[in-house]
Design a protein around this ligand. Structure first.
Ligand code: NAP
Length: 448
């Protein structure tokens, strides 16, 4: 692996030289094990500790199939899907691998006793499989995480509708929290030349998701002047949703827990911020108990939003906390407004008062990751310095379990990075002039 690292760090990029680099038999990766999926039986959600289930170990390099690329991963980042995989909720991700493995002899490679996790990477292409024309060894890349087969007509309008659509590194094996990764070549996109490896790996999954959810016509179709309520605005998804709203001329109303996260939103340029925490802020309690919501709390949130916006209700609510907030989200959206949801962190059985939905002609839109085109457009915003990485802290691969633990416990800000083959932070910039032009913004969005 040292030869590969040295070649990348030396700036050598000739396709011939990269194609000539020997690929080792094994590589280091962050995994969960099939024989440990019962590890947390009887343990409360919050107490399930990813540091007990995640392994850093050597695994064999898989064979490369048609249309695939083997990438030397310089850096990756932690997404919430790795939290789900590491605590085996809502069920072990080995189920995805088994199902995928049954679809074809090539897919069978993924069904293993271990699962290499991770859905982001920044690195260099080492090898390409048969049929790959657009990418070659030596290309500096990031990878989006949508893996599709496209053998069914349904996926040919919007690839998210492909019945064989999967999230790489979550529903497939050979993910990005590793020294090497296998992706389909139509996941590859050019790395931003002005960013370091760890910065380049940070926006990927969450930025593309927020892009589809807010900007794309497949999502809420945000426009100039919209008021957008953003839950978790200091977290992964939310820090990109906030940037997208600001860059689109919309007005984000950022909800966070605690003054430091409120400060992050103000640093990003958002003026309207609500602290939801009970210690330092409004202390909303949307649920009286496990079964009963408190509509007076929805109203209190709505009144606070109006106070901040000169009486305007949100055109769009950017939803992902799920059960805990969904009733409030449906209530506070304006007449004819849109609640766009991509997740249910606090529980997937949502309850809301449907009278507010139908009488006020609101819409609920389901959204999931992003297709290649949407991911590409999101990546272009990063390459052009319109959206910036919101990286707070970067860990070494051997400390990845601690990084995942921090995200599970919600003690992180923005995105958390992981170095794979990159020996240190700060490497990988190939356009210093462009970086200098964007440096003050890069530093402003760095949440460390
Ligand atoms: P994250 O970095 O942990 O940020 C989520 C933020 O939500 C937290 O920082 C927290 O902010 C807020 N939050 C958490 N629980 C909450 C609650 N009960 N009520 C209100 N706010 C709450 O995670 P992320 O990367 O943004 O991902 C968020 C969710 O989206 C996860 O469930 C993830 O799996 C999912 N997701 C789905 C897709 C998809 O394609 N479908 C893509 C990306 C992520 P405060 O404490 O500051 O309020």
């Amino acid at each position: 692996m040292d030869d590969i690292r040295d070649a990348v760090l030396s700036g050598l990029r000739s396709p011939e030289a990269f194609a000539a680099l020997p690929v080792p038999d094994h590589y280091r990766a962050v995994t969960v094990h099939r024989d440990e999926v019962d590890l947390f039986e009887g343990v409360a959600h919050r107490d399930k500790d990813p540091r007990k289930s995640l392994h850093i170990e050597e695994v064999p390099v898989p064979e490369l199939g048609p249309g695939e690329a083997l990438v030397a991963v310089m850096a990756s980042s932690v997404n919430f899907n790795t939290v789900w995989s590491s605590i085996f909720e809502p069920f072990p991700t080995f189920r995805f691998l088994e199902r995928y493995g049954r679809t074809s002899p090539l897919a069978r490679r993924h069904d293993l006793p271990y699962h290499v996790l991770g859905s982001d990477l920044a690195g260099v292409v080492l090898r390409t499989g048969p049929g790959v024309q657009a990418w070659k060894p030596g290309d500096e890349v990031v990878a989006h995480c949508l893996s599709v087969e496209l053998e069914h007509p349904d996926g040919h309008d919007d690839t998210l509708l492909d019945p064989e659509q999967r999230i790489w590194g979550f529903e497939t094996n050979f993910g990005g929290l590793a020294e090497l990764a296998v992706v389909k070549s139509n996941q590859l996109m050019p790395k931003s030349a002005h960013l370091t490896w760890e910065e380049a790996a940070a926006p990927g999954l969450v930025h593309s998701t927020a892009y589809r959810q807010l900007v794309s016509r497949n999502g809420a179709g945000m426009k100039l002047g919209d008021v957008v309520l953003i839950w978790g605005a200091g977290g992964g998804l939310g820090s990109y949703a906030t940037q997208l709203a600001l860059a689109s001329g919309a007005t984000p109303v950022c909800v966070v827990s605690g003054p430091d996260k409120a400060e992050i939103c103000r640093e990003m340029g958002a003026e309207l911020v609500i602290d939801r925490s009970s210690e330092t802020g409004e202390g909303y309690r949307f649920w009286r108990d496990e079964e009963t919501q408190d509509p007076s709390e929805w109203k209190r949130l709505g009144a606070r939003i109006r106070e901040l916006t000169d009486g305007r209700d949100p055109d769009i609510v950017f939803e992902h906390p799920g059960r805990e907030t969904f009733g409030a989200s449906v209530y506070v959206a304006r007449r004819g407004g849109t609640v766009v949801t991509c997740a249910s962190t606090s529980g997937y059985r949502h309850e809301f008062d449907n009278r507010y939905l139908w009488m006020h002609l609101k819409r609920i839109v389901g959204s999931h990751f992003a297709n290649y085109r949407e991911s590409w457009q999101a990546n272009e915003l990063v390459r052009r310095g319109i959206v910036h990485p919101t990286l707070s802290r970067t860990y070494r691969l051997e400390d990845a379990a601690q990084a995942v633990h921090d995200v599970h416990r919600n003690v992180h800000r923005g995105k958390v990075g992981v170095l794979a083959l990159a020996p240190d932070e700060g490497l990988g910039v190939t356009d210093a002039e462009l970086r200098a032009r964007h440096l003050s913004a890069i530093n402003r969005f760095r949440l460390g």
